[in-house]
Design a protein around this ligand. Structure first.
Ligand SMILES: *[C@@H]1O[C@H](CO)[C@@H](O)[C@H](O)[C@H]1NC(C)=O
Ligand SMILES: *[C@@H]1O[C@H](CO)[C@@H](O)[C@H](O)[C@H]1NC(C)=O
Length: 613
């Protein structure tokens, strides 16, 4: 009789042991997510194994799709429609053309061209004869352009007519390279004369061979050319497809540059490997994003950097945007605007984290606000992407007496590293065209002597449910008058006051004062910013120390090619009257609680300490 109650008490005591209880709670919270992810991860690996077994490569998979549905649309671009067959035939002609010019497996060619379907046809065609395309960032000029071409050991340069000027500026430095001008009559005509048959060289290309170089900017130094093999490309595009549960009927909207992994691999890969239709745009435009999606019936799309913020900034509150997009994939959605974004546009976001070359890839599949992905904490041994203790300022890993590193506890910030395992697509680190740069990204002797991990260089936090959060993404802060100011909070207040205008907040140094004063750069291309309304709005919503001391009015905010704000540049220029040539600068006069024009005299007085703010 006593047996059951005693057992029950024993069981409850056992479970209530704090740690175990915690684990049961965690499992209860995460099991549905983990089962879904586990199933999809297995599916991805089965797909990759099948491709490996059949010795497939990107052009081979694409040719099969083109044969299966020749008339299906591969690309919409402006008013053009490109079927799978059209893309297949043009890429074959490109392969024959470059073969006739003597290009062969292992050569590399630089590609400098705006977004358009021919961009994909060019690198796909070159890949059919084993030639690697170095996808050059179209914003580069002069030294950085030259550097990008040289670092990938290119034998030739294919460039669009729009880039003739940038090319001619470095022409005497790249005399040895053969030049091909896309859009010139001679080049286009010669391509058209080629046979459109499948080139036999496709057979000599292997899954592990390089197919493209994609440049990663990194935080310092010149761009590095990251090696992308067929397998790596398949892993990136396949990972997005399968983990975000896309179907081959999804129409994917891509306004992002094709020379980056988000546009060139994750988006384009859906067409090349899964037969999806892609709606391609030459250049991102916030005002055209949803109307394009509607026009091309897109069901999914992508974003990067500050794009989500822009989409919100141009959206009139209270109005409904018509479109059929269900899912957006991307990287850079800020936690502060996450809910507003998904509710306003009615989409699920699949925020991911990863690098073109690295092996630490994560994706958020369950809409956890702010998370860039997850790894169940009991699954480290299957998917070795881990946070290790580091110096928070330098990001250098901390090592113990034996010279080894240690893993972080939940909620403890750490450096994200991924175990390098050869022959496993998800754990491989392909490195860069430049070997020395490759070795710099490898950490050795991490948990045991002789092991090797890819060093992402990013500091993240993992919660007990396994979700990863970007530490810096929570918005940076600066100190002013002994108080912490969160830039994202001030940005949010500003954007509420000055609807439809973009703003960014940062701290600037004033000689002779402690900490940093707040400064806001506000976009006012229509010249109708109401400074009085702004000042009174800020005063009612923010404590005095958080009100930006300086304003800078701009026509647009400086952006990188991946739509990241160049905050550091803004910060460097600060409120320097002499450096900012248009002098559209204001300072907050606390006595009258208003913004007033920053003149040369006032600037000098502030810098010389004659005027106190
Ligand atoms: C995944 O997609 C399939 C069909 O495309 C759908 O039937 C299924 O419900 C989706 N799964 C989830 C979890 O959304
Ligand atoms: C989008 O869908 C509508 C109706 O379903 C159709 O009439 C139209 O042709 C489609 N547009 C494209 C670009 O596929």
């Amino acid at each position: 009789m006593l047996f059951w109650p005693v057992l029950l008490i024993l069981l409850v005591t056992y479970l209530l042991n704090n740690r175990r209880y915690r684990w049961i709670y965690i499992l209860y919270k995460t099991l549905p997510r983990d089962l879904t992810a586990g199933y999809r991860f297995l599916k991805l690996n089965l797909r990759l194994s099948k491709w490996k077994r059949n010795r497939e490569t990107i052009p081979k998979v694409f040719s099969q799709l083109a044969e299966k549905h020749p008339d299906k649309v591969a690309f919409y671009f402006e008013e053009e429609t490109w079927t799978f067959e059209k893309l297949e035939r043009l890429s074959n002609q490109i392969a024959h053309y470059f073969k006739s010019k003597g290009y062969k497996k292992g050569d590399s060619v630089a590609l400098l061209l705006d977004n358009r379907p021919e961009y994909v046809a060019l690198w796909l065609g070159l890949s059919k004869i084993g030639v690697i395309s170095a996808l050059i960032n179209t914003n580069l000029v002069a030294d950085s352009l030259f550097h990008s071409i040289i670092v990938a050991h290119c034998k030739a340069l294919i460039y669009g007519t729009d880039f003739s000027k940038a090319v001619s500026e470095i022409s005497d430095k790249i005399k040895d390279l053969e030049h091909f001008e896309f859009g010139s009559k001679s080049f286009d005509d010669e391509i058209k004369m080629q046979p459109s048959t499948y080139p036999e060289e496709v057979e000599s290309v292997e899954l592990q061979d390089k197919v493209i170089y994609i440049y990663t900017s990194g935080t310092t130094g010149l761009p590095k050319a990251a090696v992308v093999s067929h397998l790596r490309y398949m892993y990136a595009a396949g990972g997005a497809h399968i983990l975000a549960n896309l179907s081959s009927e999804d129409v994917f909207y891509n306004p992002l540059p094709l020379y980056h992994s988000a546009g060139g691999m994750i988006a384009v890969g859906q067409a090349l490997l899964f037969g999806n239709t892609i709606a391609l745009r030459k250049k991102f435009s916030a005002t055209n994003y949803w109307s394009d999606c509607k026009k091309y019936n897109c069901t999914t799309g992508n974003y990067i950097g500050e794009i989500c913020r822009y989409l919100l900034a141009v959206h009139k509150p209270g109005t409904k945007v018509e479109h059929n997009v269900k899912k957006l994939l991307g990287n850079g959605l800020r936690p502060q605007i996450w809910n507003n974004f998904i509710n306003t546009f009615g989409v699920q976001v699949y925020e991911f984290y990863g690098s073109t070359e690295g092996n630490s890839n994560l994706i958020n599949i369950d809409n956890t606000v702010g998370a860039v992905g997850f790894v169940p904490r009991y699954a480290d041994f299957i998917y070795s992407v881990i946070l290790i203790r580091c110096d928070e300022n330098s990001g250098e890993p901390l090592r113990n007496k034996e010279g080894l590193c240690s893993a972080c506890q939940p909620d403890e910030p750490g450096l994200l590293v991924g175990k390098i395992q050869k022959k496993m697509a998800h754990a491989e680190f392909s490195g860069y065209a430049d070997e020395k740069a490759t070795e710099k990204k490898v950490l050795r002797d991490v948990f045991e002597k002789g092991d090797a991990y890819f060093n992402s260089g990013d500091v993240l936090i993992q919660d007990e449910l396994g979700n990863y959060f970007f530490k810096d993404r929570t918005g940076d802060t600066f100190r002013w008058k002994g108080e912490n100011v969160a830039t994202s909070e001030v940005e949010a207040v500003i954007s509420n006051i000055v609807e439809l205008k973009d703003a960014v907040v940062y701290g600037v140094q004033i000689p002779g004062t402690e900490g940093r004063a707040g400064m806001a750069a506000i976009v006012d291309s229509d010249n109708n910013l109401d400074l009085e309304k702004l000042a009174s709005g800020l005063r009612s919503k923010l404590p005095g120390y958080a009100i930006p001391m300086f304003l800078r009015i701009m026509d647009s905010l400086p952006m990188t090619g991946t739509f990241k704000l160049k905050k550091v540049e803004l910060q460097k220029e600060g409120f320097d009257y002499y450096a900012i040539k248009d002098h559209r600068l204001y300072f907050y006069n606390a006595k009258v609680a208003e913004y007033e024009g920053l003149t040369q005299e006032i600037y000098d007085d502030i810098v010389n300490g004659k005027m106190k703010l």
